[in-house]
Every structure is written in structure tokens, then in C-alpha cells.
Design a protein around this ligand. Sequence first.
Ligand code: GCO
Length: 257
Amino acid sequence: MPRNSALFDLSGRVALVTGSSQGLGFALARGLAEAGAWVVLNGRDPDKLERAAEALRGEGCSIATAVFDVTDSAAVAAAVARIEDEQGPVDILANNAGIHRRAPLADMSEADWRAVIDLNLTGAFLVARAVVPTMLARGRGKIINICSVMSELARPTVGNYTAAKGGLKMLTRSMAVEWAKRGIQANAIAPGYLLTEMTATLAANPEFNQWICGRTPAGRWGRPEELIGAAIFLASSASDYVNGQMLAVDGGLTAAI
Ligand code: GCO
């Protein structure tokens, strides 16, 4: 058991954060890197990813990049093999990649349904399945699935996303029950309404903004960096006996009616 000062130390750990060229993933990557991890950023757009990597390297972070689409299992397998080769086995996986395609369910296209389930849910399974063999072999690993308040609550126009995030919560429990005995902790973080590129149009809508601020006990939107404490906890030895849990970082939103 490490001393308190070492409980949250990620020095020497390799962390892969999917969807990390912007938004929550970028903030998580920065937070894990500042806690000592060697962080592999992932995204689909090589230029955007490189810009994100350069920004973090400029702050003194240890950063590598892996361009791949989390829905493409062959690309995932190839990328993970390369990461293992170059950086070493993945100690920490943050399944963060996510998209929105908002539409009322009655009008939602099959393509928009499938795209969101595929990326937000199936993608997390595919990347976890690719990194878990070396975790199982070494008897340790941390998987952090980025869920949502939409893992618990629904609102109109985001039925595909809500179904995917609800599924991701249960996938987290499935990972925990299958792998806990093997030294792997799988848990989730459920962010509330945080200001990112994905929520910018919502935040800019005065009516929506007022609704969220009124609905959230903290009375405001969250900032991406407010996820970092939870992520470091779930990525570090501090959470070695925590399995299958979803920690809400939502200003109290899911605690309130
Ligand atoms: C929306 C939002 C949400 C959030 C988030 C909340 O359309 O209601 O985009 O889905 O972004 O996931 O946790």
C-alpha cells in the first residue's frame, strides 16, 4: 500500500485517452500527464491531434499520439500494438471519445442512431478489448469510461446518446465483474453539463443556459478541468478497491429533482 503522498502518483504509467484532441479528453490528458503519466492522445484528424500534442508538450507533458477511429477494430488493434511497442503496455485507458447527433427519436435517421451507438458505446468496448490482454497478463490496469448524466437521465433529442451512455455505464460494470479478480479496476465518470466544443451551442442558447443553471444545484456549468481530480483518483492506486462505480461530476445535477 503506497503512502498517502504516492497514492495519486501516476509516474511511469502509460495512459491512453481516446478523443483527446479537444474538449474533455484534452483536459483529462493534461491532468493525467501533470500527475506523471506518459499520455497517448488519440483522435481521427492527424493535424488537430498534433496541435493538441504540441500544446501539451509545450507545458512539459510527456505526450505521444495515435491516430485511429475507435469504431474501426482493425485500426484499434494496430494502434494499440504500436503503442505497446513504443511506449509500453497501457496502464490506464480513458474511453472518452464521443459524439452527438441530436434529433427527436421519431425523426432520427438510422445513420444518426448507429453512428452514436457505434462510437460512444461500441468504440469503448473495442479499445478496452485491445488493451486488456496486457493488463490481464500483468495483473493490473485502470479503465475509466466517460459516461454522462445521460447514463441516468434523459432529455428530448438525445435518445441515441442516452442509450449509448446508459449502455456504457453497464459495460463498466461488466468489465468490473469480469476483470476485478485479475487486478483491473473499471470505473466511470459521469460529467454533468460542462463547457466544451460539444456543448457550445447549448450554452450559447439563453433559454437552455438558464435551464441548466437552474437545474444544477451548483448553479453553473462545469469546466473540463473539473474532471481531473476524479480521473486521477480512478487512474491511481487510490482506487485499487473501487470497481464498477460511476462517479458523477455534475454539480449535483443527478442528486436533485
Ligand atoms: C445535451 C448535452 C449532453 C451533454 C453531456 C452531459 O445535448 O444534452 O450535449 O448530452 O453534453 O453528455 O453529461
